[in-house]
Design a protein around this ligand. Structure first.
Ligand code: ADP
Length: 576
């Protein structure tokens, strides 16, 4: 997978910043190092100069010494030798020696050493020549006798007649300074006007040439045996900038300090690698600190996101719980509404029935007396000698019977329900209804089918009232099938769980979209005027309720209706 553009930009920014920081750190440490080097060089310069200044007047002072002057003339110089030795020891000089005008050493502080200067001729040395001209001579070179380097300073010794009688010279060893530079662990070198390294903390750099030396000058150096047997070679170095150089391919910072009095130059080389290491160390430290801060920030951020997530999860859990409670409450309210609706329905029905009860009291009262009178009248007409026309009597009789039936039905509502319950066999109840409807069944040519179990289905109730219910329902079924070619009425009795069940089915038109609640409304009827009062189902529902049972109606397939009654089974029978 290729890294994304943003990632590449980020990496570039980080790399760029690191490079810029590294360069800034490098420049800072370089400036610091240059300053420190300049300070060190100033110190080394003053140390070197003061070391030379300390002894530079000794030859002049000694040239005025009576013993030295006498030494140029006398043969016995042992006392002078000892005097010079004592002087050299006290002033920490390598040697102090007296030469005659030919350049031969006639007295010296190292008279009793193996490499004594005694009898050696130094007339070829520039410092001798300078002194013979009456001047103070100065020369740095390697001793031809001892092979040790040093700074030679000389002065002429004048005889009492004013003529130069000899030359007094001394040799100062500067290697002590070199050792101090070495101990400090610093790369320092001292070069002369020819660019030849006289002293160096690094022994490999000593007596190397910094610059090209013209052949003529090289011959001069050889003539005065400045470096005696040492083979001068070029130092493998090059300057890369004003303050940078490489020596033997190693990069250094370079600082110079001139010593104009002797045309010498001090060079200080500071390792560039140590500056690079310092710059890298600081950069890496910064990167590590930055990474740690970034990591800590990330951890803090992750924690706060986690906390916010947990909080929002807790909130949503609360919200879910609140929603759930709301849903439960809504369901409770719906149920309460349904209960309320049912109660209201029940109440209005009950109040209608109560009103009907009152109505029936008055109707029966009102109808009772005329009926009785008409009955008496008819009885009288029957027994009189002039009987009325038979058709009138039949009509009136039918009318009266009908009126009586009405009052009988209405009386049901005016009477409180009978509480005289006893174990009743539903098959016995059905038998009673069958007997009552036998004529109707025959007249309507109904095919009657009865499905009853072998054992009795006993419920607790009032046999006559239950009979009234079955009769009502069976009569309704017969009436509903009036237009059917083959009317079939089926009655099934069964015991299901703790209920006695009677199912009355027909093949009539069915009840359509109506429910039992619609049908049981008092005075609801679809029959022609005068054929039904719409009270049968209202009465039947009331009776079944008294028995703690239920009644409901449904359509059959392909056609017809079924009315199902359920009444609780007699307890003892159930338990048996
Ligand atoms: P009525 O028989 O005096 O009309 P009911 O209360 O017994 O009064 O019946 C009310 C109405 O219920 C009937 O008019 C009729 O429309 C309907 N009904 C009752 N039984 C059936 C049935 N078996 N098939 C179709 N409709 C019926």
């Amino acid at each position: 997978m290729l890294p994304s553009r943003t990632f590449l930009i980020l990496v570039s920014i980080v790399c760029g910043s690191c490079t810029a920081l590294y360069l800034a750190f490098f420049s800072y440490y370089k400036t610091e190092e240059v300053l420190a080097a300049k300070g060190r060089l100033a110190l080394y310069k003053s140390t070197l100069e003061s070391e030379i200044e300390r002894v530079s007047y000794f030859p002049y002072v000694l040239s005025k010494d009576a013993h030295v002057i006498a030494g140029t003339l006398r043969k016995d110089r042992q006392a002078l030798n000892e005097r010079l030795a004592e002087f050299a020891r006290r002033s920490q000089l390598d040697a102090i020696y007296l030469m005659n005008t030919d350049g031969v050493t006639i007295a010296t502080s190292n008279y009793n050493e193996k490499n004594s200067y005694l009898h050696s001729n130094y007339s070829f040395r520039p410092y001798f020549k300078e002194a013979m001209k009456g001047q103070v001579g100065e020369f740095y070179g390697i001793g031809v006798t001892t092979s040790l380097p040093g700074l030679f300073i000389s002065a002429p010794v004048y005889a009492p007649n004013g003529e130069i009688a000899g030359v007094i010279a001394m040799k100062l060893n500067l290697r002590r300074l070199e050792e101090a530079w070495m101990k400090a662990g610093e790369n320092v070198l001292l070069s002369n006007a020819d660019g030849i390294v006289l002293l160096s903390s690094n022994p490999q750099w000593r007596y190397k040439e910094l610059y090209d030396i013209p052949p003529a000058r090289r011959d001069e150096i050889k003539a005065v045996r400045q470096f005696d047997k040492i083979q001068l070679m070029k130092l493998n170095w090059s300057r890369t900038s004003e303050d940078q150089a490489t020596v033997n391919e190693v990069p250094y910072l370079m600082v110079k300090q001139d010593l104009p009095a002797r045309q010498w130059t001090l060079h200080f080389f500071a390792s560039e690698r140590s500056i690079q290491v310092q710059a890298w160390s600081l950069l890496i430290t910064l990167i590590v600190i930055g990474s740690l801060i970034f990591a800590a920030w990330q951890v803090k951020k992750t924690r706060s996101i986690g906390a916010a997530l947990r909080e929002s999860q807790a909130d949503s859990a609360d919200l879910r719980e609140a929603n759930r409670l709301l849903a439960v409450e809504i369901e409770d309210r719906k149920q309460a509404e349904r209960r309320l609706q049912r109660t209201q329905d029940e109440l209005s029905r009950t109040s209608r029935l109560a009103a009907l009860g009152q109505l029936s009291v008055s109707v029966t009262h009102e109808l009772g007396q005329p009926i009785a009178a008409m009955k008496n009248y008819l009885t009288a007409a029957e027994i009189s000698q002039h009987p009325p026309k038979a058709s009138l009597i039949t009509q009136m009789s039918a009318l009266v019977t009908r009126m009586e039936n009405i009052t009988k039905q209405l009386r049901f509502f005016s009477r409180p329900g009978s509480k005289e319950f006893e174990p009743v066999n539903l098959q016995d109840v059905l038998k009673g209804s069958e007997e009552l409807l036998a004529v109707n069944l025959k007249a309507a040519n109904v095919q009657y089918e009865c499905h009853c179990p072998d054992q009795a289905v006993i419920v607790r109730g009032n046999r006559l009232r239950l009979e009234q219910v079955l009769t009502n329902l069976m009569r309704n079924a017969i009436d509903a099938m009036a237009d059917e070619g083959v009317p079939v009425l089926t009655v099934t009795i069964s015991a299901e769980k703790d209920q006695g069940v009677v199912r009355i089915s027909d093949c009539g038109p069915g009840i359509g979209q109506s429910t039992i609640r619609d049908l049981e409304e008092p005075f609801y009827t679809t029959r022609a005027s005068g054929e039904g009062m719409g009270l049968g189902l209202a009465i039947s529902t009331e009776i079944i309720k008294e028995h703690g049972g239920t009644i409901h109606a449904e359509n059959r397939q392909p056609k017809g209706a079924a009315f199902i009654i359920e009444v609780p089974l007699e307890q003892e029978v159930k338990d048996a």
